[in-house]
Design a protein around this ligand. Structure first.
Ligand code: CO8
Length: 257
């Protein structure tokens, strides 16, 4: 598939996807999301890829859903095409996806970043859910995921007033894993992805699945799920190799088995 709204490349075992609608600050439309979904699926299926980074431009990760594209929609149309539901596929990928955010991550842009497994922010990053100013509310998980990240009070304030938060407030409130210098953003994200890709891919995938499970089930259910996966890891050659290498004081050579 050739892509018109994103740039796709690989750096060793890391997939790198750059949102590429610079004239509209990477505003998200259905074509862009379909391309992003397809590129992530290709990386998910590729045994050579261990993790993926999604980034935008220096000015904007993404300034939200494309307002010009949706301004004239009518209710039956949004209902019949189930507008935005398929966008959540981005959150369903099995290998890790890191959002590297510089500049604006607003509305659907903030929601897209939150669909990733973690967010690295450049100092320039600004996060917000400004939909209220447009006469709507977040529609791609903003009221749900943001609340889980930053808690009720801050999520409520952001969704009800549209106030943006900068990178350091986002780090303090748990929305991003860390803040890096603007110039280092993509390199740092790729370094983190390379680190992940150096481990056993099935073990990485199970770890991601287990952390995500914590959002959906009770603590007791989640711990039972974790335990089952943990036990299953003793059936892998990578568990044998990882622990043997530790005892032999050498680097493990995982073979994804
Ligand atoms: N949609 C369409 N075009 C946009 C968008 C957008 N979201 N954001 C910016 N643009 C366009 C502008 O219209 C402008 O185009 P033009 O040059 O043709 O006028 C160009 O990008 C540059 O923008 P500005 O001139 O406005 O740049 P500034 O630096 O002055 O301002 C801002 C930057 C503050 C980011 C400003 O552009 C802005 O407020 N944008 C809108 C932000 C917003 O409201 N986002 C929420 C959109 S609603 C939404 O996301 C609903 C979620 C639905 C689910 C999505 C699932 C992933």
């Amino acid at each position: 598939m050739s892509y018109e709204n994103i740039l796709v490349e690989t750096r060793g075992k890391v997939g790198l996807i750059t949102l590429n609608r610079p004239k509209v600050l990477n505003a998200l439309n259905s074509d862009l999301i379909a391309e992003l979904d397809e590129a992530l699926n290709v990386f998910d299926r590729d045994p050579e890829i261990g993790a993926t980074v999604i980034t935008g431009s220096e000015k904007a990760f993404a300034a939200g859903a494309d307002i010009k594209a949706m301004a004239d929609y009518e209710y039956p149309q949004t209902y019949m095409m189930d507008y935005i539901t398929s966008w959540d596929q981005i959150a369903q990928k099995r290998k890790p996806v890191i959002a590297a955010v510089a500049g604006f991550a607003l509305g659907g842009g903030c929601e897209l970043a939150m669909m990733c497994d973690f967010i690295l922010a450049a100092e320039s990053a600004q996060f917000g859910q400004p939909e209220i100013k447009l006469g709507v509310m977040p529609g791609a998980g903003g009221t749900q995921r943001l609340t889980r990240f930053v808690g009720k009070s801050k999520a409520m304030e952001m969704c009800l007033t549209g106030r943006m938060i900068d990178a350091s407030e986002a780090e303090r409130s748990g929305l991003v894993s860390r803040v890096v210098a603007n110039d280092d953003l993509v390199d740092e994200a790729i370094k983190a992805a390379e680190k992940i890709a150096s481990f056993s891919t099935p073990i990485v995938m199970m770890t991601k699945e287990s952390v995500n499970r914590s959002y959906e089930v009770t603590l007791a259910e989640g711990i039972r799920f974790e335990r089952r996966l943990f036990h299953s890891m003793f059936a892998t050659s990578d568990q044998k190799e990882g622990m043997k290498a530790f005892m032999e004081k050498r680097k493990p050579e995982f073979e994804d088995g």
